[in-house]
Design a protein around this ligand. Structure first.
Ligand SMILES: [Zn+2]
Length: 141
């Protein structure tokens, strides 16, 4: 994230979220294989895991529909976390996090949301945030 993007975080519209566990489309791409990224379904998030043998394990969330079954297979419940876009902490499924409501999708852990969004808003916004946490309003989201 660039400094400009970081500075704009408090101006974006955020909502509390808890990502559900989803099935994933998984592909194992051999080392050095020619591979067109056009074969990857469009998704807000992709994960590329380098393997010890030089291959790459590619995962995208799967919500149903057709897919390239020569490249991908479905792994049930394999999409079980998201990653904070600032500190890259793993956010387990059904754990409170904060996501942008529109435009570019950004997900932040609670700690980064406090530090980079709430703390840079007005004092009143900070009081409201603390009050919501005390009464568990976000916990119910
Ligand atoms: Zn974070």
């Amino acid at each position: 994230m660039t400094n400009d993007e970081l500075e704009r975080l408090p101006t974006l519209t955020w909502m509390p979220s808890r990502i559900p566990v989803l099935d994933a489309l998984v592909a194992s791409i051999p080392k050095g294989a020619e591979f067109s990224k056009d074969r990857i379904p469009s998704s807000y998030e992709q994960r590329w895991y380098p393997q010890e043998d030089g291959s790459v394990r590619l995962m995208v969330p799967y919500r149903g529909g057709e897919f390239d079954n020569e490249l991908f297979h479905i792994e049930r419940s394999a999409w079980n976390h998201t990653t904070c876009d600032l500190c890259v902490a793993h956010i387990a499924a059904m754990t409170l996090c904060f996501v942008t409501e529109r435009n570019k999708y950004i997900a932040l852990c609670s700690s980064c949301y406090w530090k980079h969004v709430v703390k840079r808003q007005s004092f009143l916004a900070q009081i409201v945030w603390r009050a919501k946490r005390l009464v568990g309003i976000h916990a119910a989201a």
